[in-house]
Design a protein around this ligand. Structure first.
Ligand code: N01
Length: 551
């Protein structure tokens, strides 16, 4: 235990919420720095999102050799990814391997939720209460609870009336589900649905897909990795990872600096086809202005509409599948295997809800304004209360009992997406105000964990017992995040980036859209300037002296 300058005794230096990619790396890093850590995890094992999301077809849309930790050269050399895009079981095996390799489970309490955490100002410690009735005190409290871990059911009357089984993609039964011979409905057409639909269609007697808003999806072109590819990437990993850390989205790709409008229609078509053939989410980065200029974006929208028209045989179904209400890339682009082609199957029906919305779930199925449907099983692929949901699920109280839920009632406010004024010694990994969901999560997680651990280590070295974001620094950061988002088309879509999928949620663009490279540079500069924008409280023998570091 570290005394942080004659401070009150604590049970742990740091309490961490979550044992996914972020929580595990925090345990490892903090432990290596000599801190005592306790993590709490609501699941029965490690894995976070990959522990819960076991729906058929669940797969990462970032390539496996990018979507993996870089902090240990031995780890990245010894682990063998089998496919270009890893499926959920393989990612979960990887996370378990990491937990075992670094002996991380001994600091985790599974099947335990953190219900409340309260800051005690006189002692500058956090009192944390869990669902197991445990109360512990720690100097620091770190939320590593993920961005997409609070599942959301739709606001449809009668949900409880359906007589058959219902599933949410984000809470899938561990034993799997056999849909053979069943009449199944999938509600929703986001990333989860787009992966699950082709798999469920292969099994079910009949599948109805209820679509409120079509999404843009690009083929993954997933395939096994060749031994040569793996060898080559492993050989160049140190440089490759460094490039990833200094890229826009956490994956090193060469971005085209041209405008889509300054090249000929033939050249554009060639480039879009090349990226479509390559597969994966990079179509939205084909030209520099796709996410900032509607006319430029229209060119890529037209390209995708044409591909949908080519793949889907029934022109009416194809037309329904063509997104028209938002520019490409302003909602998370989907990456699929056989999604559009699935609608050519005789056992698949698309129900376009745009002018015939769902009005109720009934005992036997789903009722729209115009029709009643009967099913044996319902699958809700209706998403998450993203980013703020997992943070606000815990009753977090800062100075003078201020609730985070109250402080954020008009939308999340953070400094660097890492801390929030009024809540000293609380840190958040990949929270609103950081690149998080707009980036390769693992790159962002590593950067956050390293930054937070270094801050905690320097607090110990300097006898600092509390660290709090200053309100003015936070105001400035919120303004920066908003300004960058407002310069893009991303604020035009009703996306979960803006909280638009949760009725009543304040419409605030949550992630930092300036890129991981720029973000990292800002975080590094803040640290180099003695943690500019944070207020540090140093304990001197027999007295408490406030030290302000003003940026
Ligand atoms: O959730 P979503 P998701 N009636 O919110 C519909 C990540 N992820 O779980 O658009 C009818 O995107 C809703 O319709 P609408 C990724 O970041 C990654 O699919 O609101 N429909 C929408 O179609 C992703 O973006 C991977 O009109 C209703 C759907 O439900 C994020 O997770 C895989 C409805 C929800 O889509 C979330 O994806 C999976 C209602 N009442 C997920 N309510 C990969 O790495 C909601 N909907 C590949």
């Amino acid at each position: 235990m570290n005394d942080f300058g004659k401070a009150t005794a604590v049970d742990f230096d740091v309490v961490v919420v979550g044992a996914g990619f972020a929580g595990l790396y925090l345990i490892h890093r903090l432990r290596n720095l000599g801190f005592s850590v306790r993590a709490y995890e609501k699941g029965s094992d490690v894995g976070g999102t990959w522990y819960w999301n076991r729906y058929p077809g669940a797969r990462c849309d970032v390539e496996s050799m990018d979507y993996s930790y870089s902090f240990s050269e031995e780890l990245q050399q010894e682990w063998e990814w089998s496919e270009r895009y890893a499926a959920q079981p393989e990612i979960l095996r990887y996370i378990r391997h990491v937990a075992e390799r670094f002996d991380l489970r001994r600091d985790i309490r599974f099947d335990t939720r953190v219900e409340a955490a309260e800051y005690d100002q006189p002692s500058a410690t956090w009192r944390v209460r869990t669902s197991a009735g445990e109360q512990v005190r720690s100097r620091f409290f770190v939320m590593a609870s993920g961005c997409l871990s609070s599942t959301k059911m739709p606001e449809i009357p009668g949900l409880e009336r359906f007589a058959g089984p219902t599933y949410h993609t984000g809470l899938w039964p561990h034993e799997g589900v056999d849909f053979s011979g069943k009449r199944v409905a999938v509600i929703g057409t986001g990333s989860s649905a787009i992966q699950a639909i082709p798999e469920i269609a292969r099994q079910a007697a009949h599948l109805h897909v209820f679509q409120r808003t079509p999404n843009f999806s690009v083929p993954a072109h997933n395939r096994p990795l060749t031994a040569e590819e793996v060898r080559e990437r492993k050989r160049s990993y140190p440089q490759y990872r460094e490039q990833a850390r200094h890229s826009y989205g956490g994956v090193p790709v060469a971005y085209n600096q041209q405008s889509a409008l300054e090249v000929s229609a033939e050249e554009r078509e060639r480039r879009y086809r090349e990226l479509w053939q390559r597969g994966g989410p990079f179509l939205q980065r084909a030209y520099a202005d796709l996410l900032i200029d509607r006319a430029a974006n229209d060119t890529v929208v037209e390209f995708v509409h044409a591909r949908i028209g080519e793949i889907v045989r029934d022109p009416r179904v194809a037309a329904s599948l063509m997104p028209k209400s938002h520019p490409l890339g302003t909602k998370r682009i989907c990456v699929d295997t056989d999604y559009y082609a699935t609608y050519n199957r005789p056992n698949v029906t698309l129900v376009d809800l745009s002018d015939d919305p769902i009005v109720a779930v009934t005992e036997r199925g789903v009722r729209t304004l115009g029709q009643d449907f009967e099913f044996d099983a319902l699958v809700f692929a209706t998403g998450y209360d993203a980013m703020t949901g997992p943070l606000l699920a815990v009753d977090i109280r800062g100075i003078d009992g201020l609730g985070l839920r109250d402080k954020w009632s008009a939308g999340p406010r953070t400094y660097l997406g890492l801390a929030t004024a009024g809540f000293p010694n609380l840190f958040m990994v990949t929270a609103p105000g950081s690149p998080s969901v707009l980036s390769n999560m693992i790159v962002s997680i590593e950067q956050h964990v390293e930054w937070i651990s270094e801050l905690i280590a320097s607090a110990r070295a300097g006898g600092i017992r509390s660290i709090e974001a200053q309100a003015e620094a936070e105001d400035g950061w919120v303004e920066t995040v908003n300004r960058i988002a407002a310069g893009t088309l991303m604020v035009q879509a009703n996306s979960w980036y803006l909280g638009a999928n949760v009725p009543g949620k304040p419409r605030v663009f949550m992630p930092f859209a300036g890129g991981v490279d720029a973000y990292r540079a800002i975080c590094d500069e803040v640290a180099a300037q003695g943690y500019r924008g944070f207020e540090l409280e140093r304990v001197e023998i027999g007295e408490v002296r406030m030290e302000r570091v003003v940026g």
